[in-house]
Design a protein around this ligand. Structure first.
Ligand SMILES: Cc1cc2nc3c(=O)[nH]c(=O)nc-3n(C[C@H](O)[C@H](O)[C@H](O)COP(=O)(O)O)c2cc1C
Length: 451
């Protein structure tokens, strides 16, 4: 059994409610932080923990906090990113739905560390029922003196609001989120300036993911040093993984960073192996934006080392033979999965979600979708595959925000590792048209037919 930090108390009946949460040690970290620690001491503990942001990029959280401009005299803000729209990722929802006070407790301590008096949780519009859960929990926190004026008699004031988005993936990008929170269209901003200098209402702002902020109470109760003892190298602590696809036990799991991908995928405690014991074909380890891995790079790196559930090991080999831990959306595909259809499906999503500010993303995602539709439906040409490659390479790195990269990487990896499947679609249009569209021929048959 791995160590649990976030999900330790998740199965206690009634833990969603304040009384039960409090009886089980809830809010003791707020007491400790506000009564016996300074904001800088809290930031130091978070730095020592080695905790890296869990929203996808893995940026060290303590370092981000230390960038916040406290000298300008302007009000500061914490904004918790609960937009969670990446296909394959559903772990923040799980935390907020089942143990909302953990996030509120983390948000209070983090706001105190940033010397912020007005903070927000920005939640995606599709999570309306979770919004209601958070609203209720925040009311309970106010009623019990954890929010509002003069918290615990320390003189510290904090107001915390939940703000509901209108259902746009791009609003998960921190500067688009800030624009949306200000009541504007959610278009990403140019950086610099970074939010830590000029964020919400041009005031210093830290944006952190739900899982990142929910980890703070444990760090305060147990110390950053204890947290850093869990995990491997620069991948410290635990991570929530949303596991889905062709596995026996889909769900949200908390793992100690550093376990092998093999153990996570095949042990009964986690994914439980392949559904119906069919062969494994591919893995998207970190949400739809990260490169898909073919079976031969899933359990071993190109150097023959065990592939680990860490930021470093999953990225080993770059985007040629590696991928990324991303937001921990672990999507498993068996031998029947059609990679072309999967890529078209992801691309359709990115095209729909592109904010349209940057031409490469706005136009490129649209063209990629069209071409993938053609190939997927038996109307593509061999030149289309090269054209697709060309378009993704012109989007990658050429947009204001990483949504463009997120749209380009899955296409590049699918062509790189599964080009035969694209060619099969082009050369055997009749077979493609007459099949169940979600199902692919086994790769051996595809290879045989292509000979
Ligand atoms: C298109 C796009 C969507 C994103 N969606 C989310 C999201 O839903 N949740 C999230 O925490 N971060 C998301 N991010 C990353 C945020 O911009 C930001 O890096 C993150 O919230 C920082 O928190 P962290 O340091 O705790 O990971 C997204 C980024 C991009 C480019």
């Amino acid at each position: 059994m791995g160590r649990k930090i976030l999900l330790e108390n998740i199965n206690i009946p009634g833990i969603k409610d304040y009384e039960v949460y409090r009886k089980n040690g809830g809010y003791t970290a707020v007491e400790k932080a506000l009564k016996s620690m300074t904001p800088d001491e809290i930031t130091e503990q978070v730095k020592t923990s080695g905790m890296r942001g869990r929203g996808g990029a893995g940026f060290p959280m303590g370092m981000k906090w230390s960038f916040i401009d406290k000298k300008s005299g302007k009000p500061r803000h914490l904004v918790v990113n609960a937009d969670e729209s990446e296909p394959g990722t559903f772990k923040d929802r799980y935390l907020m739905e089942h143990i909302p006070h953990l996030l509120i407790e983390g948000a209070i301590i983090s706001s105190f560390a940033l010397e912020a008096n007005l903070s927000y949780i920005y939640i995606r519009g599709e999570y309306m029922w979770v919004y209601n859960i958070l609203e209720k929990a925040i009311k309970e926190a106010y009623a019990n003196g954890w929010l509002g004026k003069n918290i615990l008699g320390t003189g510290y004031n904090l107001d915390l609001h939940v703000h509901c988005g209108a259902g746009a993936y791009v609003c998960g990008e921190e500067t688009a989120l800030i624009e949306s929170l200000e009541g504007k269209r959610g278009n990403p901003r140019m950086k610099p300036p970074f939010p830590a200098v000029s964020g919400l209402w041009a005031e210093p702002t830290v944006v952190n993911n739900v899982e990142s902020i929910s980890t703070v109470p444990w760090i305060i109760n147990n110390s950053g040093e204890e947290y850093a003892k869990i995990g491997v190298g620069r991948s410290t602590g635990t991570k929530l993984i949303s596991a889905s696809g062709h596995i026996k036990n889909p769900g949200v799991y908390e793992i100690e960073l550093g376990m092998t991908v093999d153990e996570f995928m095949n042990s009964d405690e986690y994914c439980g192996g392949m559904m119906d014991d069919r062969p494994l074909k591919a893995l998207v380890p970190g949400g739809s934006s990260v490169p898909i891995l073919p079976v031969h790079y899933i359990f071993k790196t190109a150097n023959g080392e065990d592939r680990l559930m860490t930021y470093e090991s999953l990225a080993d080999g770059g985007f040629v033979t590696g991928s990324s831990l991303g937001s921990g959306g672990f999507i498993v595909y068996n031998d029947t999965a059609c990679i072309v259809r999967n890529t078209w499906n992801f691309t359709r999503f990115y095209h729909h979600e592109s904010c349209g500010q940057c031409s490469p993303c706005r136009e490129g995602t649209g063209w990629m979708e069209k071409i993938l539709y053609r190939i997927e439906n038996g109307m593509g040409t061999m030149d289309d595959i090269d054209l697709l490659w060309d378009i993704q390479s012109q989007i990658d790195g050429n947009t204001i925000c990483p949504l463009g990269d997120a749209a380009a990487w899955p296409v590049a990896a699918a062509i790189r590792h599964f080009r035969e499947e694209f060619e099969y679609h082009v050369r055997f249009p009749q077979k493609i048209k007459n099949r169940d569209h979600f199902v692919s021929e086994p790769m051996e048959k595809v290879r045989h037919l292509l000979k």
